[in-house]
Design a protein around this ligand. Sequence first.
Ligand code: SDX
Length: 429
Amino acid sequence: MSETARIILDGTEYEFPVIQGSENEKAIDISKLRAQSGYITLDYGFKNTGSTQSAITYLDGENGILRYRGYAIEDLADKASFLEVAYLLIYGELPNEKQLTYFTDSITHHTLLHENMKRFFEAFPAGAHPMGMLSSMISSLSTFYPESQNPNRSVVDIEKTIHRLIAKLPTLAAQAYKHNTGHPTVYPSNDLGYCGNFLKMMFGLPTQDYEVDPVVERAINKLLILHADHEQNCSTATVRVVGSSQANLYSSVSAGIAALWGPLHGGANQAVIEMLEAIKEDGGDLQKWINKAKDKNDSFRLMGFGHRVYKNFDPRAKIIKKAADEVLEQLGIEDPVLDIAKELEQVALNDEYFLARGLYPNVDFYSGIIYRALNIPKDMFTVLFALGRLPGWIAQWKEMVENREPIGRPRQVFTGANHRDFVNLGQRD
Ligand code: SDX
């Protein structure tokens, strides 16, 4: 006997089905609420509202569990390559050798950009934030590949668009970095792996050989996997809503990049390092900053702390914290900011305010420490987040399209002026 939910409104009882997911999560299906009762629900920030049913990523916020297509994030981060994880998220299964070879070869051969795109970069001002450049450039890809704009595009066209996106995002990211360093473009190298090629396009120079450091390459691979998907977070929900209007995948991902940029979301990794550097500059009085974070009259928040879903440790933060120690040791780097981060975590996690609200380090708290150690500038941190999140955005967009989900169009409760007659105030000439 399937479960139902009963609501009594204006003396009338309404019954709605309860659905249960494969991990026993339950939801009240209110698809017919307005048609039957005239009522809608209101849920700022969709804190209690599911927008879809998805088979891609499972989070258990209370127990700090994260799985991509059923595989534990701890296993994937330790044992898989980023392209294997991208394939898993997008197509639902880990690739066999033949599938991975085809996927990798196809991506490798789509890494070049149309030469016209160099003129777009030239038009950006010096010091332009790479996320602003990336969002624009990704959207402009739809103009170079007009077949992507066809809502009735073939499976082959969708696959080509997916491969082009995964292939070109690192090239565009590296070009955004070069725009601000003023260094010459380094074109993609088809003999390198996905992460190694990105590193060479970022840090290489046309006038000299570039040796990919395996420690750095492994760190990037792990970080991209840890950021690859995270169910219906702000930027993924954005990609799904934009895609639900049958906008093309490039435009949908461009919107996702814009949403990720916000400091409350993916922009937090840059904000964390800026916060830690400010604390260091200020003399390192941790309690002062903890008090600021708790003070409702102070807009300061402890960046990298707290999460909409995780009310315990973000499993990714645990993995990144361990990786930060390993990478800095392997590279022989002493970073006082890492020590401040660890002390800050200890002070916060012994403070009732943070414990009572389930505020723990999230994915962004330690990731910036590793990016710093890899000589990646702060304004590129969220670009790295976007590189990692791309297969998740693609997988979620593809699931929404394949499930033929309706256009996303929330309702509202109107609180403005009631009807009033137009009176000519005589102010018009
Ligand atoms: C990401 O959704 C995802 O999955 C996102 C992400 C992904 O992989 O896609 O995991 C990536 O975006 C991680 C989050 C990165 N952002 C930050 O680190 C910014 C700092 N954190 C917050 O601003 C906040 O915690 C959010 C935005 C992450 C979550 O906000 P919620 O769920 O809307 O919670 P809230 O703002 O309602 O906070 C609840 C309470 C409030 O206090 P009270 O009103 O109950 O007294 O906790 C307080 C908040 O003031 N609070 C904080 C805090 N975060 C929440 N107080 C101080 N410092 C903080 N960081």
